[in-house]
Design a binder for this molecule. Structure first.
Ligand code: 6PG
Length: 515
């Protein structure tokens, strides 16, 4: 019996992806794990998948028909390298090794070169959606060669998440609401999950798949931090309880802010700790973990010179949250302190004032999220230029519409913006985003001012505002920085009135020389 695809690594992600593959008609899946008992247990727990269990890389190779395709679902780093080593030893020219983990894209580029020398194709695929997504349909960002993509597409496309096909818009930009009868008909005739646009694309060669996935995660960090700051503002700035805030988020999830992360936020805030009866959010230690993809996004942004301050602030906010000793050193510092307990009395505001503030926070969150996407997509554009990838940003937005963690309603808008103007320099120039930012920027300002006044840290919202003002400023303060650099280091500068490179003789007669 031969298998169509192999999956190496049978942890939760690996076994769920293998089950998803095995659920596709006519697809036979072989699984292998260094811990053979774990692979056997997965096969025993899911007899419907009819997995073939390999007990060694060589046996896996013998089970797969050629050209072979094996997907690595192991930890990034050393585990990935050793799995690649195991497979290249038994694979033949033309066979494909897919790395479906969260690998650093520069590692993927290097691994691709090494695999090429061994005659094997190596393809990095960013897979988003967590454990559930792996089983029911993830979003997949594929790198590697065109030829490998042609070979992988029939295997991976069927297991990808499917995004709803967009309804046509009316002239007023609104999606027409179905009549109750139409809604009934539609629900009974609803297409199975297999319908829709598959959330998978070839986003460029070599490490492009992992690069785009890395930026997905960077945006994920920013999105989560912005939501958390909105929560702080509602809790400590407006005195709402977690369950009230859950209702607010659930309501926001009905509008332009609709997204998986907003939905999840409402769920978490609704939850009550069974041991204490307190809101779950109040019994969790306020120190956030991170596996590193956010930091990679920031380091890469620095290397590329791509300004992604909101993503960086989100990463640093997690670092600060985890720096217990540093945080305790701030105990004696003066300034207003927001209340942080659910039992604290709400500030004395009328309900109308409170409703107005809630709506201001909604608009500020929307502006912040748009600006985080603007930054992330810009980093992709800069990275694609640097590494020579033909990455289509509209396509990236399209495949993020379902299955992945940052799936959100406005990704349709992003996809539309790039479809209308593929060479769009920045999303802020697209009419919908320009108009939305023009409408919401004042709210972003208002909440940043309010947060500063009452002492609520909102680094992501603040940096989003600074980015917004930075890109619209007719002239930046960098002119002064250039003057300083030239003063102490003869670093030279350009002039606004004529081309060329100049230096002022600061320690001499202060005349200017052209270099
Ligand atoms: C996904 C997620 C997934 C995970 C990351 C980030 O797209 O499915 O991004 O990759 O959430 O591991 O986790 P950290 O928050 O721990 O860095």
């Amino acid at each position: 019996m031969t298998a169509d695809v192999g999956v190496i690594g049978t942890g939760v992600m690996g076994s769920n992806l293998a089950r998803n593959l095995a659920g596709q008609p006519g697809t036979r899946v072989a699984i292998y794990d260094r811990d053979v008992d774990r692979a056997r247990a997965v096969a025993a727990a899911h007899p419907e998948a009819e997995f073939l269990v390999a007990t060694s890389p060589a046996e896996l190779a013998s089970m797969l028909h050629g050209p072979r395709v094996a997907i690595l679902m192991v930890n990034a780093g050393r585990a990935t390298d050793s799995a690649i080593g195991d497979l290249t030893a038994v694979f033949e020219p033309g066979d494909i090794i897919v790395d479906g983990g969260n690998s650093l894209f520069t590692d993927t580029i290097e691994r691709g070169k090494a695999a090429e020398r061994a005659g094997v194709e190596f393809v990095g695929v960013g897979i988003s959606g967590g454990e559930v997504g792996a089983l029911t349909g993830p979003s997949m960002m594929v790198g590697g060669t065109e030829a490998a993509w042609r070979r992988l597409r029939p295997i991976l496309e069927p297991i990808a998440a499917k995004a709803e096909i967009q309804a046509p818009e009316t002239d007023a930009g609104e999606v027409p609401k179905p009549t109750p009868e139409e809604a009934l008909q539609e629900s009974s005739a609803r297409k199975p999950e297999t319908a829709g646009e598959p959330c998978i694309a070839h986003v460029g060669t070599d490490g492009a798949g992992h690069f785009v996935k890395m930026i997905h995660n960077g945006i994920e960090y920013a999105d989560m931090q912005l939501i958390a700051e909105a929560y702080s503002l509602l809790r400590d700035g407006a005195g709402l309880t977690p369950s009230q805030i859950a209702e607010v988020f659930a309501q926001w999830n009905e509008g332009e802010l609709e997204s998986y992360l907003v939905e999840v936020t409402a769920e978490v805030l609704t939850h009550t700790d069974s041991a204490t009866g307190r809101p779950f959010v109040d019994v969790v230690v306020d120190s956030a973990g991170a596996k590193g993809t956010g930091a990679w996004t920031v380091k890469t942004g620095l290397d590329l010179g791509a300004p992604i301050a909101t993503i960086a602030e989100a990463v640093f906010a997690r670092s600060l949250s985890a720096a217990a000793v540093l945080r305790s050193s701030g105990d004696t510092l003066d300034g207003p302190r927001p209340s942080s307990s659910a039992d604290d009395a709400a500030p004395s505001t009328t309900s109308a004032e409170r409703d107005a503030f809630v709506d201001t926070v909604r608009q500020a969150l929307f502006a912040g999220k748009v600006l985080a996407y603007v930054q992330g997509l810009h980093e992709i554009a800069v990275g694609a230029r640097e590494y020579g990838w033909d990455t289509d940003l509209g396509e990236v937005a399209r495949i993020w519409r379902a299955g992945c963690i940052i799936r959100a309603r406005f990704l349709d808008r992003i996809a539309d913006a790039y479809a209308a103007e593929p060479q769009l320099t920045s999303l802020v120039s697209a009419p919908y985003f320009r108009d939305s930012l023009n409408e919401t920027q004042q709210s972003l300002r208002d909440v940043v001012v309010r947060a500063a006044t009452v002492g609520i840290p909102v680094p992501a919202l603040s940096s989003a505002l600074a980015y917004y003002d930075g890109i619209r400023a007719p002239r930046s303060s960098a002119a002064l920085v250039q003057g300083q650099r030239d003063f102490f280091g003869s670093h030279t500068y350009g002039r606004v009135d004529r081309p060329g490179t100049f230096h002022t003789l600061w320690s001499g007669d202060r005349s200017e020389v052209e270099l």
